[in-house]
Design a binder for this molecule. Structure first.
Ligand code: ATP
Ligand code: MG
Length: 411
């Protein structure tokens, strides 16, 4: 199945809105085993979307998914443009109309009758996909030569459930998945080393294609194969995964934060943080996933020396002698998490994120990460990270979580 996605919206082209729908559809289609052949974004206005759909069909797309422009305003022209392109007429659909009236009624929203009618227009032969988070239905619209145009609303909270509940199951009925993919993350190993090691093992598994995506402090390894090679793919995944030992996160595990959370939960341990240069970013990362309240106490975001002293008991001597960015300060911050906050596991970070504040002895990018488990020797690592402020802080977050993860694995 050759799938093409066309997004409409000038706000996407001018950078006012990040195209999160594309990311969502890409991930979901990939997980389901479908490949996206092409993606395009066109400005508002019916002409561009109509032309783009026509070109996609002419280029041999089996399924064209359009996003946006189904609403009630004058710039919402996708429905009309696609119907014109396919040479079908729009017909008023009383069932869709009744569903929209009911949706609005439950929320006591009043809408002009014309706007309401407009959204109940359905191309002849098309199926309306009811929208439980908004008014405009999606449209499942057969096209000549057994092809298909699927129109979805732009707001992510409307598009996402509609896609998962109504589009994906129908897509599966049309044709099987074309590619199988699986993978895992490796932390703290450079991309070239990851690739070399993976490929040495993959010589024993013909038909399995590797791909790598380097992030800051992490590399994603992805393996893909045609559906017929499913058993080989599983064997290849196990072999490549094993080659990385503890550096590899479990397959399905999205990041070191998730791995840390799982390891803490398994032991019933509680984690506390002392964050200086990351300003709470490690805490944010841990709490991005639901369920963090079962293992995460909190973070002392101690940016100033004053707070390092009063909230984390870092002595004035330590700060004066070694400075706020030092192994001694990081170690003392960690210590306080166990003594004062009674954590079972802890991470403390202090560093120079830049762009200013560096010296010849302590340059920008210098970061100390202390981590450990109550009652066991802590680990204090000194790193000199390249990159800008954002990159240095992101690497600190990833590395700090990974450092604790490795300690938890051994505990
Ligand atoms: P509405 O009924 O809200 O008008 P619509 O189907 O006409 O829905 P649009 O008008 O294109 O959709 O977009 C509605 C909202 O969804 C806008 O805030 C828009 O920025 C946002 N949106 C549209 N497409 C995307 C996208 N690809 N990624 C993220 N947000 C998007
Ligand atoms: Mg709109």
């Amino acid at each position: 199945v050759k799938i093409e996605i066309i997004c409409t919206g000038t706000e996407l082209l001018i950078g006012h809105t990040l195209n999160t729908n594309l990311q969502f559809l890409g991930r979901e289609l990939d997980t389901a085993g479908y490949e996206i052949a092409e993606e395009r974004t066109v400005p508002d206005g019916g002409e561009a979307i109509g032309a783009a759909v026509g070109q996609a069909l002419a280029a041999g797309a089996d399924v064209v998914i359009t996003i946006g422009g189904l609403g009630p305003t004058c710039d919402d022209l996708t429905r009309d443009a696609v119907a014109a392109q396919l040479g079908t007429r729009l017909k008023f659909d009383a069932t869709v109309h009744a569903a929209i009236v009911a949706y609005l009624g439950e929320r006591s929203i009043r809408v002009p009758a014309d706007a309401l009618r407009l959204q109940a227009m359905v191309p002849e032969g098309a199926t309306a996909l009811l929208n439980r988070n908004g008014t405009a239905p999606g449209l499942w619209c057969p096209a000549p030569e057994n092809r298909l145009v699927v129109m979805l609303p732009g707001p992510p909270r409307e598009l996402r459930p509609m896609f998962l509940e109504q589009v994906l199951p129908r897509l599966r009925e049309r044709g099987p998945a074309t590619v199988l993919r699986c993978g895992f993350h490796v932390c703290g190993v450079p991309e070239s080393v990851v690739a070399e090691r993976a490929e040495r093992i993959l010589t024993e598994f013909p038909g399995i294609a590797p791909a790598y995506c380097a992030r800051l402090g992490e590399v994603d390894v992805r393996l893909s194969a045609p559906p017929a090679c499913a058993p080989t793919l599983t064997a290849a995944l196990n072999a490549v995964h094993a080659a990385f030992g503890p550096a590899a996160l479990p397959p399905q595990c999205p990041d070191p934060a998730a791995a840390v959370g799982d390891l803490l939960l398994r032991r019933g341990w509680w984690l506390a943080l002392a964050e200086s240069c990351t300003g709470g970013w490690i805490a944010k990362t841990l709490t991005d996933r639901p369920g963090a309240s079962r293992f995460f106490c909190g973070s002392v975001v101690s940016y100033s020396n004053d707070w390092k002293h009063t909230l984390l008991d870092v002595s004035a001597d330590t700060l004066a002698q070694h400075g706020a960015v030092s192994a001694e300060t990081a170690g003392a911050m960690l210590d306080a998490l166990f003594r004062r906050y009674e954590a079972d596991a802890g991470i403390a970070v202090t560093g120079i994120a830049g762009p200013g504040g560096g010296t010849p002895e302590k340059p920008v990018g210098l970061v100390y990460i202390a981590s450990g488990i109550r009652g066991r020797p802590p680990q204090v690592a000194c790193s000199l990270f390249p990159g800008d402020r954002e990159g240095i802080r992101q690497r600190t977050v990833t590395l700090a979580l990974n450092q604790l993860r490795l300690q938890l694995l051994q505990a």
